[in-house]
Design a protein around this ligand. Sequence first.
Ligand code: FE
Length: 219
Amino acid sequence: MSGDHHDHDHDHGHDHAHDHARTFRPDQDDTITHYRAMEIAVRELLIEKGIITPDGVRRAIEFMDGRNPEYGAKMVARAWVDPEYKKRMLADGSAAAAELGIDVGLLKLVVVENTDRLHNMIVCTLCSCYPRNLLGLPPDWYKSRNYRSRAVNEPRAVLREFGTTIPDDVEVRVHDSTADMRYLVLPRRPAGTERLDEAALAKLATRDSMIGVALADTP
Ligand code: FE
């Protein structure tokens, strides 16, 4: 390690001569963009003033990285078995998540329902906005320039490449996520699942079916 990136020893006082890059997470490179510099500056100040701690930041990142599609699948399975819950979920996704103990913070979550006439698909054309609270971290392809542009311009072709063929008489609607509004697709309940309980149904609600690039699995 170069002298510029030595570990910060918290036993000694804050020394402004130190390179603030020392607080980079180990997986980050050293490229300092405007926003990264701002993030480092704000984070260091908050730590210096005792408002947050490095361990607290680490814990928050660990929590965020630990989220996974099971949260979204739980909502989908509930909606499949409980029509009243489904109504509430389509009216207010954030409240419906909270109802199942899933914290989405201040995020506005919009749930879009697939039907026999309509197939929904989500994208963030600008960057990588994604319902992380419900699905975990987005897959690499979701963040790719290719998906971000083609999902809008030729959604059916993209769907076919994912192995998902949507009949011509079913409308395909693409939803563009933003920083403060996220979408979750409520896939159609697969046929032949009448006897399955909620836990078994949740296993069929895959990540990709909730992004809308696939249908829910069949049992
Ligand atoms: Fe984005």
